[in-house]
Write a protein that binds this ligand. Structure first.
Ligand code: GLN
Length: 306
């Protein structure tokens, strides 16, 4: 038996030993997830026995302590918290994730925020390499009447994206650890076209905007990434081939055919890819090519028109 505070301490120590960066935060997050308590409640009940919440749990050999240790084990093996809890926050919304999709990144919020400035209500958007669907679905949530299409080569990813469409547009939303819905309003939306497609192979329509956060890491860099990324995130969502540019080349070649007049292309790019992507887009005669920096001051995004 142990108190909640003792469990957090245990987690913290175990994560320190395993070299986990945010040891204390992660130890708390996992306990919040397991108990359904929020940060404040955990502070308030910190000195109580974790397994004595209900009689049933106290008797249960598979109580909180045992379950918590199983979660600690997963995290100590560098599984990201989001894959353990199955939840990731992005643009103030809560998405479902598993190891078939990349965990939405804070850097990508910048891409969505830029697009929100640009995209008018009623527009059509294709999200190429949609993964969890987080880019497209947040745009649809915050704009009105968007016709959205999300394409991915992975059937498993599209299943997750479909679930996220339901979560984001249902009145309930996914329960946060606090068991409070983050999505408190239900908005009518046009159902998304989820398209199983190797890049543009099965894309027939034309759109006002195409957005993509394709795999863009150079193959040889992948083994040097954090174990959370290299051992747990889907390699097909990261690996942009030898020079990281494989998917930008396909997009540069194909996107113009699927954009309406005055359509725009928005790409997330790696911090060191601005020059190569600019050159590539110019070679394919895209206009008004702009590179934007993210909140950390790294080149993060390319925008252009046809
Ligand atoms: N930004 C991601 C990372 O740093 C890479 C995402 C991608 O390849 N699209 O791991």
């Amino acid at each position: 038996m142990a108190t909640y505070n003792e469990l957090i301490k245990l987690g913290n120590e175990e994560f320190h030993r395993a070299g986990i960066e945010d040891a204390d935060t992660d130890a708390r997050l996992l306990l919040e997830y397991l108990t359904g308590m929020d940060r404040q409640e955990l502070l308030l009940h910190g000195d109580e026995e974790a397994d004595s919440l209900t009689e049933e749990e106290a008797d249960n050999t598979d109580g909180i302590c045992v379950k918590y240790q199983a979660l600690l084990y997963e995290r100590a093996n560098h599984k990201p918290v989001q894959y353990i809890t199955g939840m990731a926050d992005f643009m103030g919304l809560r998405f479902h994730v598993d190891e078939n999709v990349l965990i939405p990144r804070f850097d990508t919020e910048f891409l969505v925020e830029e697009m929100m400035r640009e995209v008018g209500d009623g527009s059509s958007i294709l999200d190429m390499c949609t993964g969890s669907g987080c880019i497209l679905l947040s745009l649809m949530k915050y704009k009105n009447d968007i016709h959205g299409a999300g394409a991915d080569i992975s059937r498993a990813a599209l299943d997750i994206a479909r679930q996220n469409e339901e979560l984001i547009f249902s009145t309930q939303g996914i329960k946060s650890p606090q068991h409070i819905s983050l999505h408190n309003y239900n908005k009518e939306h046009k159902p998304v076209d989820w398209i199983l497609s190797d890049m543009f192979e099965n894309i027939t329509g034309k759109y006002d905007y195409i957005v993509s956060n394709p795999p863009y890491i150079q193959s040889e860099v992948i083994p040097t990434l954090m174990p959370e990324v290299r051992a747990h995130e889907p390699r097909i969502a990261l690996d942009g081939d030898m020079d990281g540019m494989k998917y930008y080349r396909i997009i540069a070649r194909e996107a113009a055919k699927h954009l309406n007049r005055h359509g725009k292309l928005f790409l997330e790019i790696g911090y060191d890819e601005a020059e190569a992507v600019t050159k590539l887009l110019a070679e394919h005669e895209y206009k008004d090519i702009k590179i934007l920096k993210d909140y950390s001051g790294n080149d993060r995004m390319a925008i252009c028109t046809t």
